[in-house]
Design a binder for this molecule. Structure first.
Ligand SMILES: [Zn+2]
Length: 435
Protein backbone atom coordinates (compact mmCIF):
# COMPACT_ATOMS: atom_id res chain seq x y z
CA UNK A 1 0.00 0.00 0.00
CA UNK A 2 1.13 3.51 -0.84
CA UNK A 3 0.91 6.32 1.71
CA UNK A 4 -1.53 9.04 0.61
CA UNK A 5 0.30 11.98 -0.96
CA UNK A 6 0.16 14.88 1.54
CA UNK A 7 -0.45 17.57 -1.06
CA UNK A 8 -3.20 15.52 -2.71
CA UNK A 9 -4.83 14.87 0.68
CA UNK A 10 -4.74 18.60 1.40
CA UNK A 11 -6.39 19.49 -1.92
CA UNK A 12 -9.14 17.00 -1.11
CA UNK A 13 -9.58 18.47 2.40
CA UNK A 14 -9.99 21.94 0.92
CA UNK A 15 -12.45 20.92 -1.81
CA UNK A 16 -16.11 20.92 -0.85
CA UNK A 17 -18.43 18.07 -1.73
CA UNK A 18 -21.67 18.43 -3.63
CA UNK A 19 -23.55 15.70 -1.77
CA UNK A 20 -25.81 13.88 -4.23
CA UNK A 21 -27.79 11.66 -1.84
CA UNK A 22 -29.26 12.01 1.64
CA UNK A 23 -32.60 11.19 3.31
CA UNK A 24 -32.45 14.09 5.80
CA UNK A 25 -35.65 14.86 7.65
CA UNK A 26 -36.43 18.55 7.99
CA UNK A 27 -34.37 20.47 10.53
CA UNK A 28 -37.56 21.73 12.18
CA UNK A 29 -38.55 18.15 12.98
CA UNK A 30 -35.18 17.49 14.61
CA UNK A 31 -35.58 20.67 16.65
CA UNK A 32 -39.15 19.80 17.69
CA UNK A 33 -38.11 16.34 18.85
CA UNK A 34 -41.45 14.94 17.66
CA UNK A 35 -40.81 11.23 17.20
CA UNK A 36 -42.00 9.15 14.25
CA UNK A 37 -40.60 6.34 12.11
CA UNK A 38 -37.92 8.72 10.81
CA UNK A 39 -36.95 10.41 14.09
CA UNK A 40 -36.98 7.20 16.10
CA UNK A 41 -35.35 8.70 19.20
CA UNK A 42 -33.95 12.09 20.12
CA UNK A 43 -30.72 11.35 21.97
CA UNK A 44 -27.17 10.25 21.04
CA UNK A 45 -28.45 6.84 19.89
CA UNK A 46 -30.03 8.57 16.87
CA UNK A 47 -26.52 8.64 15.37
CA UNK A 48 -26.54 4.84 15.55
CA UNK A 49 -29.82 4.37 13.69
CA UNK A 50 -29.31 3.80 9.94
CA UNK A 51 -26.80 2.19 9.66
CA UNK A 52 -24.90 1.12 12.78
CA UNK A 53 -28.01 -0.61 14.14
CA UNK A 54 -27.88 -3.06 11.21
CA UNK A 55 -24.29 -4.01 12.03
CA UNK A 56 -25.25 -4.43 15.72
CA UNK A 57 -28.01 -6.88 14.81
CA UNK A 58 -25.89 -8.75 12.33
CA UNK A 59 -23.17 -9.01 15.00
CA UNK A 60 -25.64 -10.77 17.28
CA UNK A 61 -27.51 -8.12 19.26
CA UNK A 62 -31.00 -9.49 19.96
CA UNK A 63 -33.83 -7.57 18.27
CA UNK A 64 -35.47 -6.72 21.61
CA UNK A 65 -32.24 -5.15 22.86
CA UNK A 66 -31.99 -3.11 19.69
CA UNK A 67 -35.53 -1.86 20.25
CA UNK A 68 -34.69 -0.88 23.82
CA UNK A 69 -31.54 0.89 22.64
CA UNK A 70 -33.70 3.40 20.73
CA UNK A 71 -36.40 3.78 23.40
CA UNK A 72 -36.94 7.41 24.41
CA UNK A 73 -37.55 6.50 28.07
CA UNK A 74 -34.36 4.48 28.72
CA UNK A 75 -31.36 6.15 30.42
CA UNK A 76 -28.13 6.72 28.50
CA UNK A 77 -26.30 4.42 30.93
CA UNK A 78 -28.75 1.57 30.32
CA UNK A 79 -28.45 2.11 26.57
CA UNK A 80 -24.66 2.03 26.82
CA UNK A 81 -24.75 -1.30 28.67
CA UNK A 82 -26.87 -2.73 25.82
CA UNK A 83 -24.58 -1.57 23.03
CA UNK A 84 -21.10 -1.96 24.58
CA UNK A 85 -20.48 -5.69 23.88
CA UNK A 86 -21.54 -5.34 20.24
CA UNK A 87 -19.79 -1.98 19.70
CA UNK A 88 -16.51 -3.83 20.15
CA UNK A 89 -17.47 -6.29 17.40
CA UNK A 90 -18.38 -3.65 14.86
CA UNK A 91 -15.99 -0.77 15.56
CA UNK A 92 -13.96 -1.35 12.37
CA UNK A 93 -16.85 -1.44 9.89
CA UNK A 94 -17.46 1.57 7.69
CA UNK A 95 -20.81 2.23 9.40
CA UNK A 96 -19.16 2.42 12.84
CA UNK A 97 -16.09 4.29 11.60
CA UNK A 98 -18.37 7.02 10.19
CA UNK A 99 -19.91 7.43 13.65
CA UNK A 100 -16.48 7.41 15.34
CA UNK A 101 -15.23 10.16 12.99
CA UNK A 102 -18.41 12.08 13.84
CA UNK A 103 -17.86 11.74 17.60
CA UNK A 104 -14.29 12.92 17.13
CA UNK A 105 -14.95 15.79 14.74
CA UNK A 106 -18.21 17.20 16.12
CA UNK A 107 -18.01 16.25 19.81
CA UNK A 108 -14.25 16.02 20.41
CA UNK A 109 -14.57 12.47 21.76
CA UNK A 110 -12.28 9.69 20.55
CA UNK A 111 -14.68 6.83 21.19
CA UNK A 112 -17.91 5.78 22.85
CA UNK A 113 -16.91 4.54 26.34
CA UNK A 114 -18.56 4.47 29.76
CA UNK A 115 -16.41 7.48 30.61
CA UNK A 116 -17.16 9.61 27.51
CA UNK A 117 -20.87 8.68 27.42
CA UNK A 118 -22.25 11.54 29.58
CA UNK A 119 -20.34 14.12 27.50
CA UNK A 120 -21.52 12.54 24.22
CA UNK A 121 -25.13 12.59 25.44
CA UNK A 122 -24.76 16.25 26.38
CA UNK A 123 -23.01 17.22 23.13
CA UNK A 124 -25.79 15.61 21.13
CA UNK A 125 -28.25 17.95 22.83
CA UNK A 126 -25.98 21.00 22.49
CA UNK A 127 -25.53 20.39 18.76
CA UNK A 128 -29.25 20.31 17.93
CA UNK A 129 -29.80 24.08 17.64
CA UNK A 130 -31.53 26.23 15.04
CA UNK A 131 -29.23 26.36 12.00
CA UNK A 132 -27.31 23.22 12.95
CA UNK A 133 -27.82 21.55 9.55
CA UNK A 134 -25.87 24.34 7.92
CA UNK A 135 -23.26 24.31 10.70
CA UNK A 136 -22.67 20.54 10.50
CA UNK A 137 -22.56 20.54 6.70
CA UNK A 138 -20.07 23.40 6.75
CA UNK A 139 -17.89 21.46 9.19
CA UNK A 140 -18.10 18.49 6.81
CA UNK A 141 -17.19 20.85 3.94
CA UNK A 142 -20.38 19.93 2.08
CA UNK A 143 -21.83 22.85 0.12
CA UNK A 144 -25.25 21.45 -0.79
CA UNK A 145 -27.17 18.16 -0.38
CA UNK A 146 -29.64 16.39 -2.60
CA UNK A 147 -32.35 14.87 -0.44
CA UNK A 148 -34.67 11.98 -1.21
CA UNK A 149 -37.31 12.39 1.48
CA UNK A 150 -38.71 9.11 2.74
CA UNK A 151 -41.57 10.98 4.42
CA UNK A 152 -43.34 12.30 1.33
CA UNK A 153 -43.18 12.08 -2.45
CA UNK A 154 -41.68 15.56 -2.71
CA UNK A 155 -40.57 17.47 0.39
CA UNK A 156 -41.39 21.17 0.37
CA UNK A 157 -38.26 21.93 2.34
CA UNK A 158 -37.70 24.96 4.52
CA UNK A 159 -34.11 25.19 3.22
CA UNK A 160 -34.25 24.73 -0.57
CA UNK A 161 -30.86 26.36 -1.18
CA UNK A 162 -29.15 23.86 1.14
CA UNK A 163 -31.33 20.77 0.64
CA UNK A 164 -32.26 20.23 -3.01
CA UNK A 165 -35.03 17.63 -3.29
CA UNK A 166 -35.66 14.55 -5.41
CA UNK A 167 -39.14 13.66 -6.64
CA UNK A 168 -39.80 10.06 -5.59
CA UNK A 169 -41.46 7.88 -8.25
CA UNK A 170 -41.49 4.71 -6.15
CA UNK A 171 -45.04 5.42 -4.98
CA UNK A 172 -46.26 5.78 -8.60
CA UNK A 173 -44.99 2.45 -9.90
CA UNK A 174 -44.74 -0.05 -7.01
CA UNK A 175 -48.55 -0.22 -6.65
CA UNK A 176 -48.65 -1.21 -2.99
CA UNK A 177 -51.63 -0.30 -0.81
CA UNK A 178 -49.31 1.99 1.18
CA UNK A 179 -48.39 3.88 -2.00
CA UNK A 180 -52.04 4.55 -2.91
CA UNK A 181 -52.67 5.62 0.69
CA UNK A 182 -49.67 7.98 0.62
CA UNK A 183 -50.99 9.72 -2.51
CA UNK A 184 -54.45 9.98 -0.99
CA UNK A 185 -53.01 11.54 2.18
CA UNK A 186 -51.00 14.05 0.19
CA UNK A 187 -53.46 15.21 -2.48
CA UNK A 188 -56.81 13.64 -1.43
CA UNK A 189 -57.12 11.77 -4.72
CA UNK A 190 -57.77 8.14 -5.44
CA UNK A 191 -57.66 6.41 -8.84
CA UNK A 192 -59.91 3.62 -10.02
CA UNK A 193 -58.64 3.53 -13.59
CA UNK A 194 -55.18 3.69 -15.12
CA UNK A 195 -56.03 7.00 -16.80
CA UNK A 196 -56.90 8.54 -13.44
CA UNK A 197 -53.65 7.24 -11.96
CA UNK A 198 -51.62 8.69 -14.85
CA UNK A 199 -53.38 12.04 -14.30
CA UNK A 200 -52.16 11.93 -10.69
CA UNK A 201 -48.60 11.18 -11.82
CA UNK A 202 -48.84 14.05 -14.34
CA UNK A 203 -50.03 16.33 -11.54
CA UNK A 204 -46.98 15.52 -9.39
CA UNK A 205 -44.58 16.08 -12.27
CA UNK A 206 -46.27 19.37 -13.25
CA UNK A 207 -46.31 20.61 -9.65
CA UNK A 208 -42.93 19.47 -8.35
CA UNK A 209 -40.90 18.65 -11.49
CA UNK A 210 -39.74 22.26 -11.96
CA UNK A 211 -38.37 22.32 -8.39
CA UNK A 212 -36.96 18.78 -8.27
CA UNK A 213 -33.30 18.07 -8.83
CA UNK A 214 -33.94 14.52 -10.09
CA UNK A 215 -36.39 11.65 -9.80
CA UNK A 216 -35.49 8.80 -7.48
CA UNK A 217 -36.63 5.19 -7.31
CA UNK A 218 -35.61 2.42 -4.91
CA UNK A 219 -37.91 -0.23 -6.36
CA UNK A 220 -34.88 -2.57 -6.45
CA UNK A 221 -35.76 -3.32 -2.80
CA UNK A 222 -38.78 -5.29 -3.98
CA UNK A 223 -38.17 -6.50 -7.52
CA UNK A 224 -35.71 -7.00 -10.39
CA UNK A 225 -34.82 -4.06 -12.64
CA UNK A 226 -35.98 -5.83 -15.82
CA UNK A 227 -38.61 -3.33 -16.99
CA UNK A 228 -40.15 -4.65 -20.20
CA UNK A 229 -42.32 -2.62 -22.59
CA UNK A 230 -46.04 -3.11 -21.84
CA UNK A 231 -48.88 -1.55 -23.85
CA UNK A 232 -51.14 1.02 -22.28
CA UNK A 233 -54.17 -1.10 -23.24
CA UNK A 234 -52.77 -4.07 -21.32
CA UNK A 235 -51.91 -1.93 -18.25
CA UNK A 236 -55.42 -0.40 -18.39
CA UNK A 237 -56.95 -3.85 -18.08
CA UNK A 238 -54.71 -4.76 -15.14
CA UNK A 239 -55.01 -1.57 -13.08
CA UNK A 240 -58.64 -1.84 -11.89
CA UNK A 241 -58.01 -5.41 -10.72
CA UNK A 242 -55.07 -4.21 -8.77
CA UNK A 243 -56.80 -1.39 -6.92
CA UNK A 244 -59.44 -3.86 -5.86
CA UNK A 245 -62.44 -2.68 -7.85
CA UNK A 246 -62.94 -6.02 -9.51
CA UNK A 247 -62.24 -8.12 -6.52
CA UNK A 248 -59.20 -10.25 -7.37
CA UNK A 249 -55.62 -9.08 -6.84
CA UNK A 250 -53.03 -9.52 -9.56
CA UNK A 251 -50.66 -12.46 -9.71
CA UNK A 252 -46.95 -11.71 -9.69
CA UNK A 253 -46.62 -11.71 -13.48
CA UNK A 254 -49.47 -9.25 -13.97
CA UNK A 255 -48.21 -7.05 -11.15
CA UNK A 256 -44.79 -7.00 -12.81
CA UNK A 257 -46.39 -5.94 -16.10
CA UNK A 258 -48.31 -3.12 -14.41
CA UNK A 259 -45.18 -1.94 -12.59
CA UNK A 260 -43.18 -2.15 -15.84
CA UNK A 261 -45.69 0.09 -17.61
CA UNK A 262 -45.87 2.63 -14.77
CA UNK A 263 -42.12 2.74 -14.27
CA UNK A 264 -41.53 3.38 -17.96
CA UNK A 265 -44.28 6.00 -17.95
CA UNK A 266 -42.47 7.81 -15.11
CA UNK A 267 -39.13 7.61 -16.93
CA UNK A 268 -40.82 9.22 -19.93
CA UNK A 269 -42.20 11.99 -17.73
CA UNK A 270 -38.78 12.57 -16.13
CA UNK A 271 -37.23 12.94 -19.59
CA UNK A 272 -39.93 15.41 -20.64
CA UNK A 273 -39.08 17.49 -17.56
CA UNK A 274 -35.33 17.18 -18.20
CA UNK A 275 -34.84 15.37 -14.90
CA UNK A 276 -32.19 12.69 -14.42
CA UNK A 277 -33.32 9.33 -13.02
CA UNK A 278 -31.56 8.04 -9.87
CA UNK A 279 -31.91 4.31 -9.30
CA UNK A 280 -30.98 2.29 -6.24
CA UNK A 281 -28.74 -0.60 -7.27
CA UNK A 282 -26.77 -3.18 -5.32
CA UNK A 283 -26.83 -4.00 -1.61
CA UNK A 284 -29.98 -3.28 0.41
CA UNK A 285 -30.06 -1.35 3.67
CA UNK A 286 -31.34 -3.08 6.79
CA UNK A 287 -30.79 -6.79 7.42
CA UNK A 288 -32.33 -10.08 6.39
CA UNK A 289 -33.80 -8.70 3.15
CA UNK A 290 -31.16 -9.28 0.51
CA UNK A 291 -32.04 -11.56 -2.41
CA UNK A 292 -28.58 -11.74 -3.89
CA UNK A 293 -29.61 -13.49 -7.11
CA UNK A 294 -31.85 -10.54 -7.95
CA UNK A 295 -29.24 -7.94 -6.93
CA UNK A 296 -26.60 -9.76 -8.95
CA UNK A 297 -28.64 -9.15 -12.09
CA UNK A 298 -29.18 -5.39 -11.55
CA UNK A 299 -26.61 -4.24 -14.12
CA UNK A 300 -27.59 -6.80 -16.76
CA UNK A 301 -31.31 -6.14 -16.23
CA UNK A 302 -30.85 -2.40 -16.75
CA UNK A 303 -29.39 -2.66 -20.28
CA UNK A 304 -32.81 -2.81 -21.92
CA UNK A 305 -33.91 0.37 -20.16
CA UNK A 306 -30.66 2.19 -20.97
CA UNK A 307 -31.15 1.38 -24.65
CA UNK A 308 -34.88 2.13 -24.81
CA UNK A 309 -34.43 5.48 -23.04
CA UNK A 310 -31.21 6.53 -24.73
CA UNK A 311 -31.98 10.23 -24.24
CA UNK A 312 -32.67 9.86 -20.51
CA UNK A 313 -29.81 10.36 -18.05
CA UNK A 314 -29.53 7.62 -15.44
CA UNK A 315 -27.64 7.77 -12.15
CA UNK A 316 -26.85 4.29 -10.86
CA UNK A 317 -26.40 4.53 -7.12
CA UNK A 318 -24.17 2.81 -4.58
CA UNK A 319 -21.84 1.45 -7.34
CA UNK A 320 -24.11 -1.63 -7.50
CA UNK A 321 -22.02 -3.12 -4.67
CA UNK A 322 -20.89 -5.94 -4.60
CA UNK A 323 -21.07 -6.04 -8.40
CA UNK A 324 -19.27 -2.73 -8.99
CA UNK A 325 -17.21 -4.07 -11.90
CA UNK A 326 -20.39 -4.40 -13.93
CA UNK A 327 -21.28 -0.79 -13.20
CA UNK A 328 -17.88 0.35 -14.48
CA UNK A 329 -18.76 -1.53 -17.68
CA UNK A 330 -22.18 0.17 -17.95
CA UNK A 331 -20.71 3.66 -17.41
CA UNK A 332 -17.94 2.88 -19.89
CA UNK A 333 -20.35 1.72 -22.57
CA UNK A 334 -23.55 3.77 -22.25
CA UNK A 335 -23.45 7.54 -22.77
CA UNK A 336 -26.53 7.94 -20.52
CA UNK A 337 -25.04 6.27 -17.40
CA UNK A 338 -23.37 8.04 -14.48
CA UNK A 339 -22.35 6.18 -11.32
CA UNK A 340 -22.86 7.59 -7.82
CA UNK A 341 -20.61 6.40 -4.97
CA UNK A 342 -23.18 7.48 -2.37
CA UNK A 343 -23.35 5.10 0.61
CA UNK A 344 -20.54 2.95 -0.87
CA UNK A 345 -17.71 4.42 1.26
CA UNK A 346 -19.27 3.11 4.47
CA UNK A 347 -20.51 -0.20 3.03
CA UNK A 348 -16.96 -1.18 2.09
CA UNK A 349 -14.30 1.54 2.31
CA UNK A 350 -11.51 -0.61 0.86
CA UNK A 351 -13.57 -1.82 -2.13
CA UNK A 352 -14.58 1.80 -2.78
CA UNK A 353 -10.93 2.89 -3.04
CA UNK A 354 -10.31 0.10 -5.49
CA UNK A 355 -13.47 0.93 -7.44
CA UNK A 356 -12.54 4.61 -7.79
CA UNK A 357 -9.04 3.75 -9.01
CA UNK A 358 -10.37 1.43 -11.69
CA UNK A 359 -13.18 3.79 -12.67
CA UNK A 360 -10.85 6.75 -13.24
CA UNK A 361 -8.64 4.88 -15.70
CA UNK A 362 -11.59 3.24 -17.48
CA UNK A 363 -14.50 5.69 -17.72
CA UNK A 364 -14.56 9.40 -18.70
CA UNK A 365 -14.04 11.44 -15.52
CA UNK A 366 -17.30 13.39 -15.86
CA UNK A 367 -19.36 10.24 -15.21
CA UNK A 368 -18.94 9.87 -11.47
CA UNK A 369 -20.21 11.53 -8.31
CA UNK A 370 -18.13 10.65 -5.27
CA UNK A 371 -20.22 11.50 -2.23
CA UNK A 372 -23.62 11.00 -0.67
CA UNK A 373 -24.02 10.09 2.99
CA UNK A 374 -27.43 8.41 2.61
CA UNK A 375 -28.49 9.47 6.14
CA UNK A 376 -31.65 10.62 7.90
CA UNK A 377 -29.54 12.45 10.51
CA UNK A 378 -27.23 15.28 9.49
CA UNK A 379 -24.43 14.61 12.03
CA UNK A 380 -22.93 11.39 10.58
CA UNK A 381 -22.56 13.06 7.17
CA UNK A 382 -19.48 14.59 8.82
CA UNK A 383 -17.95 11.17 9.55
CA UNK A 384 -18.94 9.67 6.21
CA UNK A 385 -17.32 12.63 4.42
CA UNK A 386 -14.07 11.99 6.39
CA UNK A 387 -14.03 8.39 5.14
CA UNK A 388 -14.83 9.45 1.56
CA UNK A 389 -12.05 12.09 1.56
CA UNK A 390 -9.59 9.58 2.94
CA UNK A 391 -10.61 7.04 0.27
CA UNK A 392 -10.38 9.54 -2.57
CA UNK A 393 -6.94 10.63 -1.34
CA UNK A 394 -5.84 7.00 -1.24
CA UNK A 395 -7.18 6.21 -4.73
CA UNK A 396 -5.73 9.33 -6.39
CA UNK A 397 -2.38 9.01 -4.58
CA UNK A 398 -2.02 5.41 -5.72
CA UNK A 399 -2.85 6.31 -9.32
CA UNK A 400 -0.16 9.01 -9.22
CA UNK A 401 2.45 6.82 -7.49
CA UNK A 402 1.82 3.99 -9.94
CA UNK A 403 2.24 6.36 -12.86
CA UNK A 404 -1.29 6.23 -14.27
CA UNK A 405 -2.09 9.90 -13.67
CA UNK A 406 0.28 12.88 -13.56
CA UNK A 407 0.37 14.69 -10.23
CA UNK A 408 -0.11 18.05 -11.97
CA UNK A 409 -3.45 16.85 -13.34
CA UNK A 410 -4.91 15.88 -9.99
CA UNK A 411 -6.28 19.24 -8.70
CA UNK A 412 -8.63 19.51 -11.67
CA UNK A 413 -9.63 15.87 -11.41
CA UNK A 414 -10.38 16.20 -7.69
CA UNK A 415 -12.54 19.28 -8.24
CA UNK A 416 -14.51 17.44 -10.91
CA UNK A 417 -15.27 14.26 -9.06
CA UNK A 418 -16.07 15.93 -5.72
CA UNK A 419 -18.30 18.77 -6.95
CA UNK A 420 -17.92 19.93 -10.57
CA UNK A 421 -19.52 16.86 -12.15
CA UNK A 422 -22.64 17.16 -9.99
CA UNK A 423 -22.95 20.91 -10.56
CA UNK A 424 -22.84 20.41 -14.32
CA UNK A 425 -25.06 17.35 -14.39
CA UNK A 426 -28.02 18.57 -12.34
CA UNK A 427 -29.51 21.56 -14.13
CA UNK A 428 -31.33 22.91 -11.08
CA UNK A 429 -28.15 22.79 -9.06
CA UNK A 430 -26.38 24.78 -11.75
CA UNK A 431 -29.04 27.48 -11.73
CA UNK A 432 -28.97 27.78 -7.94
CA UNK A 433 -25.22 28.22 -7.80
CA UNK A 434 -25.36 30.71 -10.67
CA UNK A 435 -22.58 28.87 -12.48
ZN1 LIG B 1 -30.68 6.16 0.02
Amino acid sequence: MIEPDRQIAQWIEETSFVDTHEHLIEESQRLSGVLDGFLSCDDWTYLFSAYVDSDLLVAGMPAVQRQSFFRPDLSSEAKYRLVAPYWDHIRHTGYAQAVRHTLRGLYGEDDLTAESLPRIAEKYRETVQPGFYRTVLRRANVEVCQVNSLQCIFMETEQPALLAQDLSILQFCRCSAADFARVETEISKRASTLDEWLDIIDFYFATYGPRAVAVKCQIAYSRALDFAPVTRAHASRLFPHHVGHRGHPLGSEDLKALQDFLFRYCIGKASECGLPVKLHTGLLGGHGLLQLARTRDNAADLCRLLLDFAETRFVLMHIGYPYEQEFIALAKHYPNVTVDMCWAWIINPAASVHFLKEFLVTVPANKIFTFGGDYLAVEPIYGHACIARRGIAQAVSELVAEGWIARAETPELIERIMRGNALHYFPNELRKHGA
